[in-house]
Design a protein around this ligand. Structure first.
Ligand SMILES: *Cc1c(COP(=O)(O)O)cnc(C)c1O
Length: 388
């Protein structure tokens, strides 16, 4: 009997469960020691000074924008080939979103398009305050060029590496801070590692770190350096900004700590599966993702791009035929600027053709740690059967 193969799935072991149970039996369900332990584990792993765990990557992106002082009258730019959260985070701050089209070989923000758009923005006086490149599927954009181009204009760079924890770019882990002011990770169950819901920001900048901590928890502080008045007792605290409750719990952090111990296993397995896809899907009317020599991605996603003019089927038919064989595929992403909400803001189909082409042709195929070679062979055979 053929079981259903999803496009993504978490991996939970008895060790994970035992860590969560221990957290439940401990004194602190939230605001306890597990949060810092989790933050420290990730900061150490990526080689960043500071880490701030949050209730989701969406929350992390929001407070990263607030830490960068993004506000009404400002602009923030991101990739149209992303989840809506990459653009919504700036709208929450009252800023106006705009997009930089993608390089069709990687699905990542194109450096050429970015430089061109910056030159235009300079003329019209609409230089963005924040730019949010997305590490699509786990591969960084060409951050070695994007970052200096942004810094020339004083733009804060927030890398949305929701797909990227455990990956390397130019020999250093995503989140090291080499080419970004802040880097955001997601721990939603479909991503590389999970805390149920959860996110995290890493940075090397103490000022940004202090602001992130402030915005994560109501804008409230006890930090003597930030207090504006005199404490009238040991209970004293001040609210100095309008913050949120975006905290991760100790229960979730315990799961994250346990999952971090297997991060290398997760990414090694994904690379193995990707290598097999790259080899076994040759010779079909599809285009496979490019992997540049300076990238060692975590591979959250693996996608095939259908050469639709060589195939006598629509993408919808291929999706349905694979599903009928028990293979769940997915599509990443519906271009953000074509969402009804963004159309109301003035965007339209045709604005970012690279992202639209990616959407029209691509299918994300199953890729997760527990996908066995035998199951992957079934995926490969089904795709070959459907397209061959
Ligand atoms: C998943 C994802 C997010 C949002 O992450 P949550 O943890 O679910 O809030 C943001 N950006 C990208 C690119 C994502 O894939």
């Amino acid at each position: 009997m053929n079981t259903h193969i999803p496009y993504a799935r978490q991996s939970i072991t008895d060790d994970d469960i035992n860590e969560v149970v221990a957290a439940l039996r401990s004194k602190n369900l939230t605001q306890g020691p597990k949060i810092e332990e989790f933050e420290q584990a990730i900061a150490t792993f990526v080689g960043a000074k500071y880490a701030v765990a949050t209730s989701s990557a969406t929350a992390a992106l929001h407070i990263a924008c607030r830490a960068a002082d993004l506000q009404k009258g400002d602009y923030h730019w991101t990739s149209p080939n992303s989840f809506v959260a990459s653009a919504n985070c700036g709208l929450y701050c009252g800023s106006m979103a705009d997009f930089v089209d993608v390089d069709v070989s990687t699905g990542n923000m194109s450096v050429a398009a970015f430089e061109q758009k910056l030159a235009q923005a300079k003329k019209s006086g609409k230089i963005p305050k924040v730019v949010i490149p997305v590490a699509f599927g786990g591969q960084s954009s060409q951050m070695d060029r994007l970052y200096p181009a942004a810094k020339e204009y004083g733009i804060t760079v927030i890398e949305d590496a929701s797909h990227g924890i455990g990956g390397c770019y130019k020999g250093r882990p995503l989140g090291s801070g080499q080419f970004a002011d802040m880097t955001v990770f997601s721990f939603h169950p479909v991503k590389i590692l999970t805390t149920g819901e959860g996110g995290l920001i890493v940075t090397n900048d103490q000022k940004l770190y202090d602001r992130l901590v402030l915005f994560r928890s109501h804008g409230i502080t006890r930090n003597p350096e930030l207090l504006q008045g005199q404490p009238d007792g040991p209970w004293y605290y001040e609210q100095i900004e309008l913050g949120f409750n975006y905290r991760l719990t100790d229960i979730q952090a315990a799961l994250g700590i346990s999952q971090m111990r297997r991060l290398k296993l997760f990414t090694d397995r994904r690379q193995h599966l990707v290598d097999r896809y790259q080899k076994e899907l040759q010779g079909l009317p599809i285009t496979l993702p490019a992997q540049a020599a300076d990238q060692k991605p975590a591979w959250h996603l693996f996608w095939i791009k259908l050469n639709l003019n060589e195939i006598q089927k629509t993408k919808n038919e291929i999706y349905s035929q694979l599903l009928a064989r028990g293979i769940q595929t997915n599509v990443h992403y519906i271009p953000i600027h074509t969402q009804p909400y963004y159309k109301k803001l003035g965007f339209k189909h045709g604005d970012f053709l690279g992202a639209e082409e990616h959407y029209a042709r691509s299918l994300s195929i199953p890729l997760y740690y527990e996908l066995s070679d035998v199951e992957q062979d079934r995926v490969i055979a089904s795709i070959r059967g459907c397209l061959g």
